[in-house]
Write a protein that binds this ligand. Structure first.
Ligand SMILES: [Zn+2]
Length: 224
């Protein structure tokens, strides 16, 4: 770890408000109500270390996520699922274009929201290459960043992502990141979080024990 590398705190949202589609197993805890979303945004808006992202391409990204950002002069990266575009409850093609026009960044979360570990060559092409191409075509700009579905990864997967030229890969490892690092751990905001829990668990100084634990998790994932 180089000295003086600036800290980044990546805060990730999924769904806001009431889902307009059937949720996947285990997904409900990642939906927060609108008030909580705005409170969390207010808690992080003034912190220059924070970078905001949205996963899964839910329609709440454009309906509630974007207005909250714009009201506060914030930008974010939206990691969209190419396979869900234009389906009920998910972003439409024109929504992705509207996000771009509003100054937001479009990243890829793959095609079908399946873990990227251990994919065969065909599924790997679909998830890592075709989804990215679909999103780049719609956004009208290259897609250079990816967020790992369900946060799962291993060394082999990271090798594939590097070979494909991704400039940053976003995980869900719940610890601080360093500016410019290729791997960017993120904190997901979950049901039950408040502005206060975000301040203490994400923005607050990381205790050495907790930090060591999170670094270990990341190291194990990279090496396995
Ligand atoms: Zn996801």
């Amino acid at each position: 770890m180089s000295m003086g590398a600036r800290t980044r705190i990546n805060v990730c949202f999924h769904g806001i408000g009431t889902p307009a589609r059937v949720l996947e197993t285990g997904e409900a805890p990642y939906w927060i109500d609108h008030r909580t979303y705005l409170d969390v945004l207010d808690a992080v808006a003034e912190d220059p270390r924070v970078r905001i992202s949205f996963d899964d391409g839910n329609s709440s990204d454009i309906e509630l996520g974007l207005p909250g950002l714009l009201e506060r002069g914030l930008t974010a990266t939206f990691f969209v699922l190419a396979g869900r575009l234009d389906r009920p409850g998910s972003l439409g093609t024109s929504d992705v274009q509207a996000l771009r026009q509003a100054g937001m960044t479009i990243g890829t979360h793959g095609m079908d929201h399946r873990p990227w570990r251990g994919l065969d060559a065909g599924h790997r092409r679909r998830e890592l290459e075709e989804a990215r191409q679909v999103l780049a075509r719609i956004a009208g700009t290259p897609v250079t960043e990816a967020a790992l579905p369900l946060g799962r990864y291993d060394r082999e997967l990271l090798g594939h992502l590097r070979a494909l030229g991704y400039t940053a890969v976003h995980t869900s490892d719940r610890r601080w990141a360093r500016e410019g690092s290729w791997l960017q751990p993120r904190f997901s905001v979950r049901d039950g979080d408040t502005a206060e829990t975000v301040r203490t668990t994400m923005l607050g100084r990381q205790s050495p024990a907790r930090l060591a634990e999170r670094v270990l998790v990341g190291t194990v994932k990279r090496l396995r």
